[in-house]
Design a protein around this ligand. Structure first.
Ligand code: UT7
Length: 309
């Protein structure tokens, strides 16, 4: 049986960093408010000439290097982003060119906002298990700083820019075990960008805690597992209180949760691959462990994936 194994991870944060104290100078807010409501301390913003594909390129190069493959071995690229370089061509096609890949393999973007990486990982897994791809590059990359409404202090303090990437390869060994995805467009106006981000924060908060708990339960029940079988929960990094609530429902200690929201802010589709790469490189995530990722985002979209590392 063919499985999809993650064989390399990489990530990139733009050099420019803004602390909550920096934001106090441009918005009517305070470090204490931002930190106590969200757990965020600082976030990175892309330079004026940095595009989503540039962030994706840096993260991809590191993932490709970690995987020990040549870029040309990649036979599918999926970029999860809600802030593409332009309406078209896709950021995935731009990234393919920037990586110098000329093998003619497919490349496309996936738009599920903060749920994007989970959706993209599931799609990559289906391509591999269906025999249509062997080596897939999945990237989550965002420049949310370009769609912030600086007149709305309830949202502009929450988001950041960044990119994370993974290389998946067809393998005889277990890798991606199971994915559960959902969407419900009825809630589409609770969080949207038209063209700037607006959000009913309280409603999103409640909805997020509810559906994340449900989807994690659905996945564990399907696999006949419990929270104690999970070595690391790597959640979408939107708000430390949402992360804590989900971990509690799972019966997981926070010492088994990878948390990067303090230094990254909410980077939408990039947040999970950024957190994964952080925990792989600092040695927390190791071969053989059970890794559970979960995310919820605009749409609304949500999902969870169980990975045998
Ligand atoms: O990634 C996709 C998913 N997104 C999320 O998961 C985000 C979900 N929502 C949240 O994380 C939280 O709802 C927020 C962090 C956005 C807000 O936290 P909250 O505890 O729900 O705060 P709130 O909206 O109830 O705001 C409370 C107060 C208000 O003042 P009054 O009316 O109580 O006097 C706001 O005006 O905080 C005020 N406020 C601020 N004060 C200082 C709102 N934004 C700010 C700000 N600085 N930036």
């Amino acid at each position: 049986m063919i499985h999809s194994k993650i064989i390399g991870t990489g990530s990139y944060l733009p050099a420019k960093m803004l602390s909550n104290y920096d934001l106090e100078k441009i918005v009517d807010t305070s470090h204490d408010w931002i930190f106590s409501r969200s757990g965020i301390v600082e976030r990175h913003f892309a330079a004026d000439n940095e595009l989503t594909s540039d962030l994706a390129l840096q993260a991809s190069r590191k993932a490709i290097e970690a995987a020990g493959i040549k870029a040309d071995e990649i036979d599918l690229i999926i970029v999860a982003t809600t802030t593409p370089d332009q309406t078209f061509p896709s950021t995935a096609c731009i990234l393919q060119d920037k990586l110098g890949i000329t093998n003619g393999s497919p490349a496309f973007d996936m738009q599920a906002v903060c749920g994007g990486f989970v959706y993209a990982l599931n799609t990559a897994d289906l391509y591999i298990r269906g025999g249509q791809a062997k080596t897939v590059l999945v990237v989550g990359a965002e420049v949310l700083s370009r769609i912030l409404d600086w007149n709305d202090r309830t949202t502009c303090v929450l988001f950041g820019d960044g990119a994370g990437a993974v290389v998946l390869r067809a393998s005889d060994e277990p890798g991606i075990v199971v994915s559960k995805l959902h969407a419900d467009g009825v809630h589409r106006n609770m969080l949207k960008a038209a063209p700037l981000i607006s959000m009913d924060g309280k409603s999103v908060f409640k909805f997020a805690v509810k559906v994340l708990s449900e989807v994690v339960e659905e996945l564990l029940e399907d696999q006949k597992l419990t929270g104690s079988d999970i070595d690391w929960l790597v959640p979408h990094q939107a708000n430390i209180r949402i992360i804590e609530a989900t971990a509690k429902k799972l019966g997981l200690e926070m010492s088994n949760v990878v948390v990067t929201v303090a230094t990254h802010g909410n980077t939408s589709a990039a947040s999970i691959p950024l957190a994964l790469d952080t925990a792989v490189r600092d040695g927390r995530i190791k071969a053989g462990q059970n890794i559970l990722i979960e995310a919820v985002g605009g749409g609304f979209t949500w999902g969870a994936v169980l990975i045998k590392w």
